[in-house]
Design a protein around this ligand. Structure first.
Ligand code: PEP
Ligand code: MN
Length: 336
């Protein structure tokens, strides 16, 4: 059950609502986000919700019985739109394109990608500086110095940054240089990290775990929201299966299902989803048609020289065609 409290509620009124809800036998969690004050009450007992709904200080009340509550579309039908500033908004009503290398590698590489994005009117650049790698001997990213360079060049050019944060201790040092924190597939259920990103109130793109179910993804998002941050995007990036012909199975089923279950934007990552650069375009177009609010993919000036994930990274020629075709597909979808 979600109880929306009136803004600036006097402490005594809030205490009264808490007491009444406790009396019914529900356990109450207080949630304060950048957008509102809520009580999430967990319990099973049947009661007339009007007894709580009419209490002074209660703005509204909703019965939600799923394992996740605040991110559910059952109480908030309005889609969440995340404002990254300077007119860059992610969420239903626009199609967001986020592109860039798997790893940030050099000043020149950042500049080349920025030029490519600007030429194609793409406003968000991806690039990892802390890289989760399967092998400890692989390139693990340029770290904080790389992020500062990435941020300097992007902010000079009006481009927003999305980059992966791998652990709680990195949040504070990264926060001023990031527009969207990415939570990678391997950290999708790192609940301490999710708690801390909730408290940070910076927009988050949360990837689905390598073997994560839809419900696990939604519950992970609930961690972020319930710790104070409503600005969450979900990302389908492929799940592991028995199939060896490609890196992962991009589960496009997830797109309409997530769109129905949650008000959060749904972004698709075809690069990690299929893992083969020639197939990034068809899977991106399929993602658009499935109803995605955006696509995030890997692009690099010379993919064959990329420090990581080159095999699934497109060059600028392919990227330009992809951007144009995704926009055409989105216009077609909107015309239906
Ligand atoms: C990445 O975006 O480069 C990445 C490591 O993604 P994932 O966590 O989906 O594997
Ligand atoms: Mn990658």
């Amino acid at each position: 059950m979600i109880i929306i409290l009136q803004q600036g509620l006097p402490a005594a009124q809030k205490a009264n609502v808490l007491e009444q809800v406790n009396n019914i036998g529900y356990k109450v969690n207080e949630v304060e986000t950048q957008a509102g004050d809520y009580l999430v009450a967990i319990g099973k007992k049947e009661f007339d919700i009007r007894t709580i709904g009419q209490l002074p200080g209660v703005a509204d009340i909703f019965m939600v019985t799923d394992e996740y509550q605040l991110i559910s579309r059952k109480w908030r039908v309005e889609p969440t739109r995340i404002d990254l500033g300077d007119g860059v908004v992610v969420g239903e009503g626009q199609f967001s394109i986020m592109a860039g290398p798997c790893s940030i590698e050099s000043e020149q590489q950042i500049e080349q990608v920025v030029e490519h994005l600007k030429a194609n009117n793409v406003k968000i650049m991806r690039g990892g500086v802390f890289k989760p790698r399967s092998s400890p001997y692989a390139f693990r990213g340029m770290g904080l110095d790389g992020l500062k360079m990435f941020h300097r060049i992007c902010s000079e050019n009006g481009i927003k940054i999305i980059t992966e944060v791998m652990q709680v201790s990195q949040i504070e040092e990264m926060i001023d240089y990031v527009d969207v924190f990415q939570v990678g597939a391997r950290n999708s259920q790192n609940f301490n990290l999710l708690d801390a990103l909730g408290a940070s109130q910076k927009p988050v793109l949360l990837k689905r775990g390598i073997s994560g179910t839809i419900e696990e993804l939604l519950q992970a998002a609930e961690y972020i929201f319930s710790n104070g941050n409503e600005n969450i995007m979900l990302c389908e990036r492929g799940i592991r299966s028995y199939e060896k012909a490609y890196r992962n199975v991009l589960d496009l089923n997830a797109v309409p299902v997530l769109k129905e279950k949650t008000h959060l934007p749904v972004i698709v990552d075809p690069s990690h989803g299929i893992g083969i650069r020639d197939y990034v375009e068809p899977m991106s177009l399929a993602a658009v048609m499935a109803g995605a609010d955006g696509v995030i993919y890997e692009a690099h000036p010379r993919p064959e020289e990329a420090y990581s994930d080159g095999q699934q990274t497109v060059n600028f020629h392919a990227s330009e065609r992809l951007i144009s075709r995704m926009r055409q597909a989105y216009a077609l979808r909107e015309s239906f």
